[in-house]
Ligand binder design. Structure first.
Ligand code: ZN
Length: 401
C-alpha cells in the first residue's frame, strides 16, 4: 500500500495526475460521443465496441468476455493479485431514446450523460493517464466496462467479473456517476419479486361468481402493504407494477404484481419475502372462499424472484478505504460513507473489498430524460480515483536515474 503523498512524490504519478488537466477537452468530447451511442440494458455491444477501441488505444491488452464485458489488462509486477476498476456501460433508456447531447453553456444534457457517461470516460481517462505516464503497477489492474448494472440486468456483468477473477481479486473500484461527496462502502441488499395469480377466466355476467385473479391479487396486496417494517434496520417495499386482465367485461385469467424490497438487513429481506408469499397465498384463499361458484375452477399462484442484489459491507479498517481517504485528503475532498445498491454489491457480498465512487463534476436527473452533467470539478474527481486506484494496486518504483 502506498499513500497518495508518497505516490505523488513519484515523477510518473505526477505526470499521470497532470494528464487530466491537459486533456479535459478530449475527455468531454469522448464522453459526448460515448453517451450518444445507445446502450440499453442487454444491448450494450455497440457502446462496448467503442470503449474497447479507446482502451486498446490506451495500450491495454483488451478482450470481451462471454457476458459482454470489455476488459483491458495492465499487467502488474505481481500478476497473482488483481484490482478491478469498472464502469457500467448500460443505461435504463430503451432503444430509440433520443440521445443527442444538448449544450447550454457548461451544461450538457442527455439521457445517460452522467450515469454512466462520466464513469465510462473516467475509466478510459485513467487508463490513458497511467499508460502515457508509463506507470507499472504492482498488482495487475483490469479496466472493465461492464454490462447489466441497471434494473433487471441484476449486476450480471459484475457477477461474471468476480466469478472469473475471484481467486486473484483483491479490490474493486466502481466508477458510477459524478458525485465525489460520497463513497459507497455498504451494499444495500434488495430483491425483486413477481407474484402471478391465474384462473380459468370467463364472462363478467354469465360466469359471475368464478374466482377472479385480480380480486385475489388486490386482497393479497392489501394484506402485504399492511406488513410492518422496521425503521432500523431501514427496510422498504414498493408495489411497482401491476398488470392483468384483457377487458372490462371479462373475468381475467391472470394478474401480476412486481414488488421491490430493500433492507439494511438480510434477515429482514428474508422475512419480507416470506411475508409476500404468505399474503399471496392468503389472498388467493380469501378469494376462493368468497367465490360464489367454486365449481367454476380454482386459482393458482406463484411468487418468483426476478432479481437479487446481495448485501455486504467494506470493513472500516480496509486498505481500500484508507486509500480513498488519503486520496480525499490529497485532493482536498470530503466524502461521507453511503449505503447503496451498485456493482460493488457483488464483491462486497463475497468478502472482497469494494467501493463505488463518482468520477467528478456535477450531475443530476439520473434515469430521466432531463439528465445533465457539468464538468467543473472533474479533474479533482479523476485525481481522486487515480490515487485510490494506485493506492491499492501499488506502483513499481523506477530505479533512480
Ligand atoms: Zn449508474
Amino acid at each position: 500500500m502506498s499513500s497518495p503523498a508518497s505516490l505523488a512524490d513519484n515523477e510518473q504519478v505526477r505526470a499521470a495526475l497532470d494528464w487530466f488537466a491537459k486533456n479535459l477537452a478530449w475527455t468531454k468530447d469522448e464522453q459526448v460521443r460515448l453517451t450518444e451511442i445507445p446502450a440499453p440494458l442487454f444491448q450494450e455491444a455497440q457502446r462496448a465496441a467503442a470503449v474497447k477501441l479507446l482502451l486498446a488505444a490506451a495500450g491495454l491488452k483488451v478482450h470481451t468476455d462471454e457476458a459482454g464485458n470489455v476488459i483491458g489488462e495492465l499487467r502488474g509486477a505481481n500478476d497473482k493479485e488483481v484490482v478491478i476498476l469498472s464502469a457500467h456501460l448500460d443505461t435504463v433508456f430503451p432503444a430509440g431514446t433520443e440521445l443527442k447531447v444538448r449544450h447550454d453553456a457548461a451544461r450538457m444534457s442527455a439521457p445517460g450523460i452522467s450515469d454512466n457517461g462520466t464513469g465510462l470516460i473516467a475509466l478510459v481517462a485513467l487508463a490513458r493517464a497511467v499508460h502515457e505516464a508509463r506507470i507499472k503497477p504492482q498488482r495487475t489492474i483490469l479496466f472493465a466496462a461492464d454490462v447489466g448494472e441497471e434494473g433487471e440486468g441484476n449486476l450480471r456483468g459484475m457477477r461474471a467479473l468476480v466469478e472469473t477473477y475471484k481467486p486473484r481479486l483483491r479490490a474493486v473500484i466502481v466508477l458510477d456517476g459524478s458525485s465525489t461527496e460520497h463513497v459507497t462502502t455498504k451494499a444495500l441488499a434488495s430483491r425483486r419479486l413477481e407474484a402471478t395469480i391465474t384462473g380459468p377466466g370467463g364472462h363478467s355476467w354469465s360466469d359471475f361468481g368464478m374466482p377472479n385473479p385480480i380480486n385475489a391479487l388486490v386482497r393479497s396486496s392489501v394484506r402485504f402493504i399492511n406488513t410492518k417494517v422496521p425503521a432500523t434496520p431501514r427496510t422498504t417495499f414498493n408495489l411497482g407494477q401491476i398488470e392483468g386482465g384483457t377487458s372490462v367485461n371479462s373475468i381475467p385469467f391472470e394478474a401480476q404484481l412486481k414488488v421491490d424490497i430493500r433492507s439494511e438487513s438480510e434477515d429482514e429481506l428474508v422475512r419480507l419475502e416470506a411475508a409476500l408469499r404468505e399474503c399471496v397465498a392468503a389472498g388467493v384463499r380469501d378469494e376462493m372462499e368468497s367465490a360464489r361458484d367454486r365449481s367454476k375452477g380454482k386459482l393458482e399462484w406463484k411468487v418468483e424472484l426476478l432479481g437479487s442484489r446481495p448485501g455486504g459491507e467494506l470493513p472500516a479498517d480496509s486498505g481500500l478505504l484508507a486509500a480513498l481517504r488519503s486520496a480525499d485528503d490529497y485532493v482536498g475532498n470530503q466524502s461521507r460513507i453511503e449505503r447503496s445498491s451498485t456493482d460493488a454489491n457483488i464483491p462486497l457480498s463475497q468478502g472482497i473489498d469494494a467501493i463505488s465512487i463518482g468520477a467528478g463534476g456535477n450531475g443530476g436527473g439520473a434515469h430521466s430524460l432531463q439528465e445533465w452533467y457539468e464538468p467543473a470539478g472533474r479533474e479533482m474527481g479523476l485525481k481522486r480515483a487515480l490515487l485510490t486506484l494506485l493506492g491499492v494496486s501499488g506502483i513499481v518504483q523506477e530505479k533512480s536515474r
